[in-house]
Ligand binder design. Structure first.
Ligand code: PEP
Ligand code: MG
Length: 603
């Protein structure tokens, strides 16, 4: 950049940073993983695990101690009332959940938590939030020493209950993020899908989390909303203070805390450029996704919330290739009824018709825990009672959802997708449940479509190996690379320590995708890819060369993938795949992609 240009810029305030004082604190640069591309500049808002607000300690004068204790007691009362109303709203057939919630009800007045907190406020003359936080820390420490796994697991219940009280104490229930009159960057140790469903996402400029690797669910949500995110930062929440100025560069996975003036201006410029490119792509997104040699691609959207239908349309998706249904369950704070599910699904169908929509059945547990169901104690939740395994164990919940989807199918082109199938027996059982759902709907005289395409997610290595057998039972496969990479490479998708091994260009991943595509073609069924791998331009030449033509991705990724499809040639990518399919080292494959397609990618 020329000198005069730079001087010119220095005299202006960057738009993103307007109203912010350039900090006197030292600039810190922290590297993590890019969870969602884009750049944002804003003030930090720290989400502490023990409450939505950062908990501060302050002394309470002797004469105010009684009032402070009352404040605590009132918070407990409000939390207890709220909890009791959740119990009341639960269906009585969910007796297991009721037991747990009722056990939690007793914990609100537990001596260890309630009595100790009051005592701490009294003796130490400190605010209730800090006293509760301190007591909770002691309880956690005490439980850690216990050998009994049952008792140890009770600590989760205590933490949950105390979080409910803390929210009432800090007023976080009422003072939602929407009440902050400026848009902020959320800094958290971790954000579960349950957390993200609680926050007013339109007020969030960016996400920064300590935990999380590539393709963790927080990243997926951030991408869907076009919010830059950096994850896997280790201990960012300790280095950042509330109201610090942050730059989040989700494209390179960089977080800059209290940037110097020059850094701020340079990022402001990059951000303007990035947004300009995004706008160009959005304008071109309505052009058909056809390759240079005339092959048509179907680019679809992955969504999880009804609100995202706008993004589906704006980015000119040719359908919804994956509707993750678990978020409705998370939002409702209890298992929904068939009628509630049907209403929601029909709403999506009505809004998007005549686009095809693939509803995936409930994929909970693993890292998507329902807040009202934390009772399943598992050493390895990702390998546990997740997705279809949970649904087959709780057929009453599964059949309720299937009936709702079948009923919504009467109003549009719907497909049914089952997650985490790992053997033929599971799909046989699923089909039996679908058959029962059909019988029930007929008996109830409901309008529905009994003949919708049935597909399975291929996201477990065993399913790849027996893909041809599984193909006998279904109409399509949907390759879920987020989990396929996790399970085949044995890397927890939320664990930053092993995120460096998480690479869609791994020879094992590429070869597994090939096996699935080949099996689908041999058995004459459809194959889609709906994992995040499908939405990364870098991977497109390989996916195209492997024979995929249906890709479902974050809606925001559709314009750039479409642009790239129009610049590639299927015949040529097939030759390219022949070169890489036997290569054994990731970096060799990556370098070859860069060598052959670097120019297109750079554009
Ligand atoms: C996947 O595993 O690739 C997938 C699309 O599903 P989810 O990310 O919801 O597990
Ligand atoms: Mg998955």
């Amino acid at each position: 950049m020329g000198k005069s240009q730079k001087e010119d810029i220095v005299t202006k305030t960057p738009d993103n940073a307007k109203g912010m004082d350039i900090s006197q604190k030292k600039q810190i640069v922290i590297k993590g993983f890019g969870g969602s591309p884009g750049i944002c500049i804003g003030k930090a808002y720290i989400v502490d695990r023990e409450g939505v607000d950062l908990i501060k300690r302050y002394p309470v004068p002797e004469e105010d101690v009684a009032t402070e204790i009352n404040r605590f007691k009132n918070a407990v009362k409000r939390a207890t009332d709220e909890h009791a109303s959740i119990i009341e709203s639960l269906n009585s057939d969910l007796s297991h959940q009721l037991d747990i919630l009722e056990a939690h009800l007793a914990l609100f007045k537990d001596k260890m938590l309630y009595g100790k907190t009051i005592e701490t406020i009294k003796t130490e003359k400190i605010n209730a939030e800090w006293a509760l936080k301190k007591v909770l820390r002691q309880v956690k420490r005490m439980f850690m020493k216990v050998n009994d796994p049952y008792l140890k697991s009770r600590v989760t219940d205590i933490v949950q209950v105390s979080e409910q009280v803390m929210r009432h104490l800090t007023g976080a229930q009422d003072i939602k993020i929407s009440d902050i009159n400026k848009r902020v960057i959320l800094v958290a140790h971790d954000l579960s899908p349950a957390d993200t469903s609680q926050i007013q996402l339109e007020l969030i400029k960016g996400f920064v989390t300590d935990r999380g690797g590539k393709d963790s669910h927080t990243g997926i949500i951030a991408k869907a909303l076009g919010i830059p995110a950096v994850m896997g930062l280790g201990n960012a929440t300790h280095k950042v203070e509330n109201d610090d100025i942050l730059i989040v560069d989700g494209s390179t996975g960089t977080l800059i805390v209290n940037p110097e003036e020059d850094t701020l201006f340079s990022y402001e410029e990059q951000s303007v450029r990035y947004e300009a490119q995004r706008a160009i792509r959005a304008r071109e997104s309505h052009l058909p996704a056809v390759t240079l040699d005339g092959h048509k691609f179907q680019l679809m959207a992955n969504i999880e919330m009804v609100e995202e239908v706008v993004s589906v349309r704006d980015n000119a998706a040719k359908g919804v290739g994956l509707f993750r249904t678990e978020f409705l369950y998370i939002d409702l704070k209890r298992f929904p009824s068939e009628e509630e599910l049907f209403d929601k699904y029909k709403e999506v169908v009505d809004l998007l018709s005549p686009m095809p929509i693939t509803f995936r059945t409930l994929d909970i547990n693993g890292d998507k825990v329902l807040p009202y169901m934390k009772n399943i104690e598992e050493e390895n939740p990702a390998l546990g009672l997740r997705a279809v395994r949970f649904c087959l164990k709780r057929p009453e919940i599964f059949i309720t959802q299937i009936k709702a989807i079948l009923r919504a199918s009467a109003f549009g082109e719907i497909k049914l997708l089952i997650p985490m199938i790992s053997c033929v027996e599971e799909i046989i059982q699923v089909k039996e449940i679908i058959a029962s759902a059909i019988i029930e709907l007929k008996q109830e005289d409901k309008i529905f479509n009994s003949d919708i395409p049935l597909g399975i997610m291929i996201e477990v290595p065993s399913a790849v190996i027996i893909a041809e057998d599984l193909a006998e039972y279904v109409d399509f496969f949907s390759i879920g690379t987020n989990d396929l990479i996790q399970y085949s490479m044995a890397i927890d998708r939320r664990n930053r320590q092993v995120a460096h091994l998480y690479n869609p260009m791994s020879p094992a991943v590429i070869r597994m995708v090939k096996m699935v595509v080949d099996a689908a073609k041999k058995k004459n069924i459809d194959v889609v890819m709906c994992g995040e791998m499908a939405g990364e331009p870098f991977n497109l030449p390989v996916l195209m060369g492997l024979g995929l033509t249906q890709l479902s991705m974050n809606p925001m990724a559709i314009p750039v993938i479409g642009q790239m499809v129009r610049r590639l040639d299927v015949g040529e990518t097939k030759q390219f795949v022949k070169k890489i399919i036997h290569m054994g080292i990731v970096s060799d494959i990556v370098n070859l992609v860069k060598e052959e397609y670097g120019k297109i990618l750079a554009d």
